[in-house]
Ligand binder design. Structure first.
Ligand code: ZN
Length: 460
C-alpha cells in the first residue's frame, strides 16, 4: 500500500531525536505552514520533501533556529523513506505468531487471528457515522458489531498507517479479541478503558517483542507514545490505563492479572473498577486493592474464588525477564522539562563550546591533579587557566579536566546573555567566581547530561 504523507512524517518522528517536545507538534506546525494541508494525501518522497522545505516555522528567531534543526532531521529521514509499505506482509507475520501468544498470555487454545482490513475511512462500505474519526485502527467486537452495524474485525485507516506501528497495533487489537474470550462479560458491550486498553497495550507490547525480538520497533512504539500520542487527549488516557495494567502485572504477575480478568467476566458489577485502579496507583498490592474494591456481600466466597483462580493460573506460564524488561520500558514515563527556545538554544551553544577541541575557554585550576600543576605555566588557584595552556598530556591523563571547562561571563555573546541569566538560577549551570572574574560551568549543574538523556527538551 501507499503511505500517506501524515503516516510517513509520524514514522520519521517516532524514530526519535527531535528537540521539540512533544515532537508530534511538528505535524501541526507543518500542516499550518502549508495553509491547513491535512497531509492525508499520498507520500511521494520527492514531492513531500519539497513541500516540507516550504514550511517556514515559528516567527521568532530563537524558535526558528531550533525548528530548522528538527526539520533538517525530518527531511533527511523522509528523503530515505520508501513510499510503499507492505502491510499485508506484516499482518501475515503477526498472524503466524498470534496463536502461540494467545496460549502463553491468556491460556487460549486454538486462537484464530482475524486478518485486518485497510479502509480509507471508518467504516468504509458499512457506515459513515465515524467517517472523520482519526483512530489508526479499531477492533469491532461481537457486541460493537451489533451497535455499529459493522462486521466483527480489525480495521486500519490508511492515512493513519505509520510504518512499524501496524505490527504493534495488530497485537493490541488481537488482545481485544483475546479479552473477549476470557475477560469480557458475555452478551453485552462493557468497556472499562484502563483495563481493556491497558492490558491490550501492556500485553500487546510483550507479544510484539516476543514475536519480533526487534529492539528498534520497541523504541519506536515508545517514542510514539511519549512524543506523538501525548498530543491527543484520548491517547493520554490510554497511557494512564496502561500504567495501572503494568503495575498490576509487576506486583501480581500474570496469574493475578488473569484472575482479575476472570472476575471481570464472571461478576463485573461486584467490583468497583475505578477504586481498584486508584488503589493501584496509590501503591497498594493488587490482592489488597481488589478486596478493598469488592462491592458485593459475600466477601469470603469472592476471596476463595480469587485465590483458587490465581492458583490455577500459577500452573501455567508467568512473565519472564524479557517480559519484565518490555513492560518496564513503558512504565511511568514523565514528560520532559521544556525550555523556551532562547534558553534551549543557549544550552546547545554552551554544550558546543565546552566540546570544542582545542578549547577556547578556561579550566578550573583546582581540577588539575597536584602532580601536573607544575606543567602549567603560572598555575594559581585564584585564576582560571586558559584551556589552550593545558598540555595534551593532562587532557589525556586527567580526563576529569574536561568536565571543569568554564566559560567567562565576558565571553558570552550578546544573544545568549538572557538565556544564561535564566539557566544559572535554575541550577542547570553553575555560576561562580574565581579571583575577580565570573564564570559559568555547564557540567556543574549537569546541563550536558540533562540534554543528553532527553529530560530537557525545547518548546517553540
Ligand atoms: Zn484498543
Amino acid at each position: 500500500m501507499k503511505l500517506s504523507e501524515r503516516g510517513a512524517i509520524k514514522s520519521a518522528i517516532a524514530d526519535g531525536g527531535f528537540h521539540l517536545y512533544p515532537a508530534g507538534g511538528l505535524v501541526q506546525i507543518i500542516s499550518k505552514g502549508l495553509e491547513g494541508d491535512n497531509l492525508q494525501g499520498d507520500f511521494d518522497t520527492n514531492v513531500t520533501v519539497e513541500k516540507l522545505k516550504r514550511v517556514s516555522g515559528p516567527a521568532d528567531s530563537d524558535g526558528k533556529e531550533i525548528f530548522d534543526k528538527d526539520m533538517s532531521l525530518l527531511v533527511d529521514r523522509m528523503s530515505k523513506m520508501d513510499s510503499n509499505y507492505d502491510i499485508e506482509e506484516v499482518f501475515e507475520r503477526m498472524a503466524t505468531s498470534l496463536p502461540a501468544l494467545a496460549k502463553r498470555y491468556y491460556g487460549i487454545e486454538n486462537f484464530e487471528p482475524t486478518k485486518p482490513e485497510i479502509v480509507e475511512y471508518f467504516f468504509e462500505g458499512h457506515t459513515d457515522i465515524y467517517k472523520d474519526a482519526d483512530w489508526s485502527a479499531f477492533n469491532v467486537s461481537t457486541s460493537e458489531s451489533k451497535e455499529l452495524g459493522v462486521p466483527v474485525g480489525i480495521y486500519f485507516k490508511r492515512s493513519q498507517v505509520i510504518p512499524g506501528i501496524p505490527e504493534y497495533v495488530t497485537m493490541h487489537e488481537a488482545n481485544h479479541m483475546m479479552q473477549e474470550a476470557v475477560a469480557l462479560p458475555k452478551g453485552y458491550h462493557s468497556y472499562v478503558p484502563w483495563m481493556d486498553e491497558g492490558f491490550a497495550d501492556a500485553i500487546g507490547k510483550m507479544m510484539l517483542f516476543r514475536a519480533t525480538e526487534n529492539e528498534a520497533l520497541i523504541r519506536k512504539v515508545k517514542n510514539l507514545r511519549t512524543d506523538l500520542d501525548v498530543t491527543d487527549p484520548r491517547k493520554v488516557t490510554y497511557h494512564y490505563g496502561e500504567e495501572t495494567a503494568i503495575l498490576t502485572l509487576l506486583r501480581g504477575r500474570l496469574p493475578f492479572a488473569r484472575a482479575l480478568m476472570a472476575i471481570r467476566q464472571r461478576e463485573p458489577f461486584s467490583v468497583d473498577w475505578n477504586s481498584y485502579a486508584n488503589l493501584i496507583k496509590e501503591g497498594h498490592d493488587p490482592h489488597v486493592a481488589i478486596i478493598k474494591s469488592y462491592t458485593g456481600k459475600k466477601l469470603d466466597i469472592f476471596r476463595k474464588k480469587l485465590d483458587s483462580d490465581e492458583k490455577k493460573f500459577r500452573g501455567e506460564k508467568d512473565l519472564d525477564q524479557m517480559d519484565l524488561r518490555v513492560l518496564t520500558t513503558f512504565a511511568a514515563t514523565e514528560a520532559p522539562a521544556r525550555l523556551p527556545a532562547a534558553e534551549y538554544k543557549t544550552s546547545l551553544w554552551l554544550i558546543d563550546e565546552i566540546n570544542k577541541r582545542p578549547n577556547p575557554h578556561y579550566v578550573d585550576p583546582e581540577i588539575i591533579p597536584t602532580n601536573f600543576r607544575g606543567k602549567i605555566e603560572g598555575w594559581n588557584q585564584n585564576e582560571a587557566i586558559p584551556a589552550s595552556k593545558i598540555p595534551a598530556e593532562i587532557w589525556e591523563k586527567a580526563p576529569e579536566t574536561k568536565i571543569k571547562i568554564l566559560i567567562a561571563e565576558s565571553d558570552i555573546p550578546e544573544n545568549f546573555k538572557a538565556g544564561i541569566d535564566k539557566l544559572a538560577p535554575m541550577y542547570f549551570i553553575i555560576k561562580r567566581q574565581i579571583g575577580e572574574k565570573i564564570y559559568y560551568e555547564p557540567y556543574g549543574g549537569g546541563l550536558p547530561h540533562r540534554i543528553g538523556t532527553g529530560e530537557v527538551r525545547c518548546e517553540y
